[in-house]
Design a protein around this ligand. Structure first.
Ligand SMILES: [Zn+2]
Length: 334
């Protein structure tokens, strides 16, 4: 997908109008009507209920989509199309969701055809992190740049890259998995089946697991009093001065920075945008990541690289999905 050289131009190139953005996650569905300047006219969410299987989840998604449209005074004729961001793997060229581990029972589901048939609008499918990358590039923290990396760090670690104004999607839309670069050879087992991936250390799930292991090994900490430790608990305890939590949080920043150093060396981005719940945990994470990444990356590459927090917050899912429609309709490329 060719966008344009600078993201600011892309926004200016849109011809007005709206798109419907849909976001399908393992735990949450979201639907929203988004204006071509990035403003969100409606935003609705509900639980995915993934265990119910694809038919019931698609029915829920379509209900949510209809509600998101009817909440606004936007007519169907004003909608340029529908963008769907979905957990992968998927085939964005064929519009098919393949077999995401977080959506049990989805095997080669022709989602684009189903949504087009039900709602009567041209529809695009993107990996959710790829769509979010596009949203941050056009409307968020990457606005005005030509080279951007995006990582979203929550339950897992998703990512995407914009290279000289072009969104990198790979052959079928599954490329840009920046969370699965190996940072520790033979390290922790990752959900993708490999070992030592960035995700296996810095995702919310991995931070909680690392904390539990340290507690089980007898490290003293205020976390030991909690029935179940989450990444948010670790961040809060680190801010409150708990020694073990602070150590875990610093390690997380260091490891994330090591991974970013490798990515920065490869891509030489102007900006690295970090989103997702873990990055909102505070406790000096961003400073630690910057320090770790920029100390390790090659000086010529690191010198002018900025590492910043994402700007779109909870809107990124629907805005990113809608952006895929705007970019497509403004360039005519699929
Ligand atoms: Zn992995």
């Amino acid at each position: 997908m060719k966008i344009m050289a600078r993201s600011g131009d892309v926004v200016a190139g849109f011809s007005g109008g709206y798109a419907l953005g849909l976001d399908i996650g393992g735990t949450k569905l979201a639907a929203g009507v988004v204006r071509s300047d990035g403003a969100v006219a409606s935003l609705l969410t509900r639980a995915t209920g993934a265990a119910d299987g694809p038919e019931r989840v698609i029915a829920r998604l379509l209900d949510l989509a209809r509600d998101a449209i009817s909440e606004t005074d936007v007519a169907s004729a004003q909608l340029a199309g529908i963008g769907i961001g979905c957990v992968g793997p998927l085939d964005s060229v064929r519009g098919v969701v393949q077999n995401p581990p977080n959506l049990p029972g989805w095997l080669e589901v022709p989602l684009v055809a189903r949504v087009e048939e039900a709602l009567g609008l041209p529809t695009r499918l993107e990996n959710d992190a790829t769509a979010a990358t596009l949203g941050e590039f056009v409307y968020g923290a990457g606005r005005g740049c030509g080279h951007m990396l995006y990582l979203t760090i929550s339950t897992g670690v998703g990512g995407g890259a914009v290279i000289d104004g072009v969104l990198h999607r790979g052959r079928t839309g599954n490329g840009g998995e920046l969370g699965h670069i190996v940072v520790v050879h033979g390290g922790r087992r990752c959900g993708c089946g490999s070992r030592g991936c960035l995700e296996a250390y810095v995702s919310g799930t991995a931070i909680a697991a690392r904390a539990r292991e340290r507690l089980a090994a007898g490290s003293p900490s205020s976390l030991a009093a909690l029935p179940e430790v989450t990444a948010a608990d670790v961040a809060a305890a680190a801010s409150a001065g708990d020694g073990l939590a602070a150590e875990l949080w610093e390690e997380t920043g260091d490891i994330l920075g090591s991974g970013l150093a490798g990515l920065v060396n490869i891509f030489e981005p102007e900006v690295v945008v970090l989103g997702g719940g873990v990055t909102r945990g505070g406790a000096g994470l961003l400073d630690r990541v910057r320090e770790s990444a920029l100390a390790r990356a090659m000086p010529a590459v690191a010198r002018d690289c900025r590492i910043v927090l994402a700007a779109l917050g909870d809107r990124v899912g629907v805005v990113g999905a809608a952006t895929a429609v705007f970019v497509n309709s403004s360039t005519g490329l699929r």
